[in-house]
Design a protein around this ligand. Structure first.
Ligand SMILES: [Zn+2]
Length: 373
């Protein structure tokens, strides 16, 4: 029920106490109903407004109407009530503002609530494989270099000793950027088919000696299946100095494979061909699943297809023709030599974790990925 100021007929002390108590209780009842700042303003105006506010009415109807002998007593009581109400308004304003913000979504910070917990993620198995392999070479003093995924024909092919119409270009199904026909061949853009362009880019900006490892994403026009993907990863390495020999290549890679797969693995090399290395080789490691026996119990080892060996990377001595493209920066092929190698961390991750479908790595199903966390 809404409070209205009663007319006083009796100005005795008891009647005054009852009248001021009624006003006080009415004030408290109304105060409890307030739930927003807008309501609070209406409530305040109802009680405090100079014109027709409840306190003004009390002043008019009680104090001014009081007989002369009761004026002092009435004045004291009304003053107490006024002080109480002023005090209440001063005290509860902040609460009302906070409640109002709460209701409108602008929540004040409550430092007593528990914090928001964010689960800690884990490295993707391919990223982990790349990081682990890069760490092996960092420990050998190699620095990490990266380059653009969208490359020019010059860096992806020409400067790596694949001249136009070289048959080796057929080995790579390249994804070209559309509408480049008006440009000269060497400026046409493509998605890099290997991380090797970064070798040339780095040799252009850094003089020998050089030891770099290059992790990155590459693309080829391979339809996705259990062992192929149009997007995959490579880790490539390059060392250039005076008097680098094939013995340095073998020693470095043998050490790296032992550091990565365990000290018991053996390495083996067999001849191969790459346009940018001469001579070129494929390196095999003894199977880290069956220990090189080709057998698991009485069964044949599927990982190495019973051979005891797994082909893991391609490598070779940098072809002098490649150095010709960066000769101006100190890479005179008569003075420097070097070796390069490249491997596929996706395939290494498949072998290492015993996964039989490459697509599982790229579908990003959390139930699959969680197993590697
Ligand atoms: Zn095996």
């Amino acid at each position: 029920m809404t409070y209205t100021v009663p007319k006083l007929k009796d100005f005795s002390a008891n009647a005054l106490r009852k009248a001021t108590d009624d006003a006080r209780f009415a004030f408290k009842d109304e105060d409890r109903e307030v739930s927003s700042e807008a309501e609070w303003k209406l409530f305040r105006d109802r009680w405090l407004a100079r014109k027709n506010g409840i306190l003004t009415q009390i002043n008019e109807m009680w104090l001014k109407a009081a007989p002369k002998e009761a004026k002092r007593e009435v004045g004291q009581r009304v003053n107490e009530l006024k002080q109480f109400i002023d005090g209440e308004f001063a005290r509860n304003h902040d609460w009302v503002v906070a409640a109002d913000k709460l209701a409108s979504g602008l929540q004040p910070v409550d430092i007593t609530l528990p914090g928001i917990q964010r689960p800690i993620g884990a490295e993707h198995p391919i990223i982990k494989t790349m990081n682990d392999m890069v760490a092996v070479f960092r420990n050998l003093g190699y620095s990490v270099e990266e380059g653009p995924v969208i490359e020019t024909d010059y860096y992806n092919f020409e400067s790596l000793n694949f001249p136009p119409n070289h048959p080796a270009r057929d080995m790579q199904d390249t994804l070209f950027i559309a509408n480049q026909e008006s440009k000269p061949l060497r400026e046409r853009l493509l998605l890099r088919t290997h991380t090797s362009p970064v070798q040339i880019r780095t040799m252009e900006k850094m003089k020998p000696p050089l030891r770099i490892v290059i992790p990155g994403k590459v693309h080829r026009n391979d339809p996705p299946d259990a062992s192929h993907s149009p997007m995959f990863h490579q880790i490539e390495g390059l060392a250039v100095d005076t008097n680098i020999t094939f013995g340095d290549l073998k020693g470095t890679l043998d050490h790296a494979m032992k550091a990565f797969f365990g000290s018991s693995v053996k390495t083996s090399f067999r001849p191969s061909f790459f346009p940018f290395t001469e001579p070129s080789a494929e390196m095999l490691v003894s199977c880290f699943i069956c220990g090189g026996s080709g057998l698991r119990g009485s069964q044949g080892c599927r990982t190495c297809k019973l051979s005891g060996w797994i082909e893991i990377l391609g490598c070779g001595m940098v072809d002098p023709n490649v150095f010709e493209f960066v000769k101006h920066n100190g890479y005179d092929p008569r003075k420097v030599s070097g070796f390069a190698f490249g491997m596929g961390p996706d395939r290494i991750a498949l072998l290492k974790y015993g996964v039989d479908d490459l697509q599982l790595f790229f579908q990003n199903d959390v139930r699959f990925l969680r197993q590697f966390a």
